[in-house]
Design a protein around this ligand. Structure first.
Ligand SMILES: [Zn+2]
Ligand SMILES: [Zn+2]
Ligand SMILES: [Zn+2]
Length: 347
């Protein structure tokens, strides 16, 4: 548990890498289940009610009146990750690597787990509207709280569903990582949006929403102020992008009504994915602009250009040599076909 994590960057080019040896110590429920040759005893799930002592003390929770922290009676519970990718304390990187060719930063930030329901066997699409709404509100509130740290450059929300998508526990949960750097992926998306707005005077994503609505072939769901599409150049089979129609660069600016609407759209979209593809593993991630002043460009340039969204990436194929070598993905399902199939699945 002693080795601190750190961020490194390859001088030969590429995004940041987090070196986090202590994450290797986390338990693997799926491996344990295989070893036991039967269902994992829920008695050993650290996220189930009654096991609150198996996680670090909770950071936040949605609780019944009268229930006490770190006891049962919650519907959504947030705890620090026991095996964090980044630590809360800025531990200085080893002096040998400091500066020069090899760029390194302390792995300072936060890594939290949002336990989305007390029910071990539910998934997001089957949560009640009220609980799903509470989950999305909790995402917003925790991201807001973590962004208040002046050392935080970006907060990434994500969800790994299923072992092949990287989950080590099946109990429904999502994760939030506060980072000391803006990820390259976000910087690239912002750059594309800012350039588009400079050339055309409008938000790139608002324009995409318009075009996709008019075309219709890649629309999966269009309801309550949100549009879900199979992106024009989907990298993965059944990739989904969920976006608000109203222009906004920051997810954290949503009010309670909007978070409730988003939760319902997310339940619908994930439900269609689950039913049409027999509960496939997927990664879900949120992209928004970084907190004020930390986006590498003036806020006035980013806010009207960038548009927050959720990406859902089913894990149905493997990223292999060609993709790693070129950055070019080979997708065997046309997004138009994917959208048609997901559209037919009624909510
Ligand atoms: Zn559980
Ligand atoms: Zn927009
Ligand atoms: Zn994105």
């Amino acid at each position: 548990m002693s080795e601190p994590s750190e961020l490194r960057r390859d001088p030969a080019g590429g995004p940041w890498v987090i070196i986090a040896p202590r994450r290797a110590e986390r338990p693997d429920e799926f491996a344990a289940r295989e070893a036991a040759a039967g269902g994992l005893p829920m008695e050993s799930c650290p996220f189930c009610p009654g096991h609150e002592g198996a996680t670090p003390p909770e950071t936040a929770a949605v609780r019944e009146a009268g229930s006490v922290p770190d006891g049962p009676g919650w519907s959504v519970r947030v705890v620090p990750n026991k095996y964090p990718a980044v630590g809360t304390v800025a531990e200085p990187p080893p002096a040998a690597f400091d500066g020069g060719l090899f760029e390194v930063r302390p792995g300072a930030g936060a890594h939290e787990v949002v336990i989305e329901t007390p029910d071990h066997n539910l998934d997001f699409s089957r949560l009640t509207s009220a609980v799903a709404g509470a989950v999305v509100r909790t995402w917003r509130d925790r991201i807001r709280a973590l962004e208040r740290d002046p050392g935080c450059a970006y907060v990434q929300l994500f969800k790994n569903h299923g072992r092949n998508a990287g989950a080590s526990l099946s109990h429904p949960h999502s994760q939030i990582v506060a980072l000391p750097v803006v990820p390259v992926r976000i910087a690239e998306e912002i750059e594309a949006a800012v350039l588009f707005r400079a050339a055309h005077g409008v938000c790139l994503h608002c324009r995409i929403l318009e075009e996709e609505t008019a075309d219709g072939r890649r629309v999966i769901l269009d309801e309550g102020g949100f549009l879900a599409t199979a992106p024009f150049a989907s990298r993965f089979p059944y990739e989904i992008r969920l976006q608000p129609r109203r222009h906004a660069d920051r997810f954290v600016d949503l009010d309670d009504e909007e978070t409730a609407a988003l939760a319902d759209r997310l339940r619908a979209v994930l439900g269609r994915l689950r039913r049409s593809l027999d509960d496939p593993p997927f990664n879900l991630l949120l992209h928004q602009s970084p907190p004020s002043g930390r986006g590498g460009r003036p806020d006035e340039e980013i806010a009207p250009a960038y548009h927050w969204h959720i990406e859902i990436l089913p894990v149905l194929s493997r990223v292999a040599g060609f993709e790693w070598g070129t950055g070019i993905h080979i997708n065997t399902v046309a997004p138009e076909t994917a959208a048609a199939r997901l559209r037919r699945e009624e909510a």
